[in-house]
Design a protein around this ligand. Structure first.
Ligand code: SF4
Ligand code: SF4
Length: 315
């Protein structure tokens, strides 16, 4: 429905929270704890996603090694069966440099085709789907996150979080740096491109930078790069706002257990799962969502599903 795209659900009055008799664990005849823990070991969507992510990244590797013209290049810029695909933040920097140096007209037709093709593709899938379904750094960071969470649980370290808007400072800052230096400065620090190129063309010293970021995420701040720095993810969250595909939340199935927020990279997007927070019977998760499916996996009430907005659920 068109209203799903434009209404600000946060500003509406909240629905009345459910009574004990209406709670899903009561209806299922279980204690709250048994009901809450019933899907803790479910990793269906995560496993599908990891399989897709590994397959796509290995396709780059084997295309290069075996000289197959299937998926050439790297995640910074590639060709799928001869069809160009451009990373949008990379393109944004190129556009900024070209337009301030008078070379805009020099950008090739392949550049524009590559940019618009990838924009349409991820606009359909929405949010930051690219991050969790394609990005090899995201895969490494998920493992680092497990170690981080273990250390927090054992009280060896404290959780540190920052303002989620920080990544837009980086997004604008790296764009300005590109214009001032006429160089793609971010590409030298871009852990996504570094890991992708290292897989395809072999390791380089830049992997030490990736290691430093991972160690920071393990010992200081959970998923620091993806949450607060990465301008690629920030660009996707802007592009994916109008996507028809989203995670759908159904209030009547929710037991306010907050298991979904615990596993989510962007828990602020699940603001409506808290008791007394939902303002509608159905909410759709916002564009910061990576469509990773971790919340879908753990939700004991099946209150979260993949869906097309306004239509019934897909998974
Ligand atoms: S809302 Fe769910 S699908 Fe979206 S990022 Fe969070 S855990 Fe992943
Ligand atoms: S939507 Fe979140 S809070 Fe509600 S039942 Fe599912 S996991 Fe628990």
């Amino acid at each position: 429905m068109l209203s799903d795209y434009f209404s600000n659900a946060k500003k509406k009055s909240p629905l009345a929270p459910k009574t004990v008799e209406q709670m899903p664990h009561t209806l299922a005849g279980l204690s709250f704890k048994d009901w809450r823990d019933s899907r803790k070991k479910n990793h269906k969507m995560r496993n599908i996603r990891w399989a897709v992510l590994l397959f796509m990244n290995l396709l780059f590797v084997f295309s290069y090694w075996l000289d197959l013209a299937i998926l050439e290049g790297s995640l910074s810029g590639s060709r799928l069966i001869g069809f160009y695909l451009m990373d949008p933040y990379n393109s944004l920097q190129l556009l900024a440099i070209s337009s301030t140096t008078g070379y805009l007209a020099m950008l090739t037709m392949n550049f524009w085709i590559g940019l618009f093709t990838i924009l349409i593709f991820w606009l359909i899938f929405g949010g930051r789907s690219y991050c969790s379904w394609m990005c090899p750094y995201h895969f490494l960071a998920e493992w680092a996150e497990k170690v981080h969470n273990y250390l927090v649980k054992k009280k060896k370290i404290k959780e540190r979080s920052y303002h989620i808007g920080l990544r837009f400072v980086f997004l604008v800052g790296f764009l300005l740096l590109a214009v001032l230096t006429r160089n793609l400065v971010f590409e030298n620090l871009n852990v996504v491109g570094i890991v992708s190129k290292a897989m395809i063309y072999g390791p380089s010293l830049l992997l030490l930078w990736v290691l430093a970021i991972i160690l920071f995420e393990v010992f200081v701040s959970r998923r620091f790069w993806c949450r607060y720095v990465c301008p690629i993810g920030a660009t996707w969250s802007l592009v994916g706002k109008a996507s028809p595909l989203a995670i759908k939340f159904e209030h009547d199935k929710c037991g306010y257990c907050l298991e979904c927020q615990k596993v989510c990279l962007v828990p602020h997007e699940l603001w409506f799962v808290k008791r007394g927070a939902a303002t509608q019977d159905v909410h759709y998760v916002g564009s910061d969502c990576t469509r990773c499916g971790l919340c879908v996996d753990v939700c004991p009430g099946n209150a979260l599903t993949y869906a097309v907005r306004g239509a019934s659920s897909l998974l």
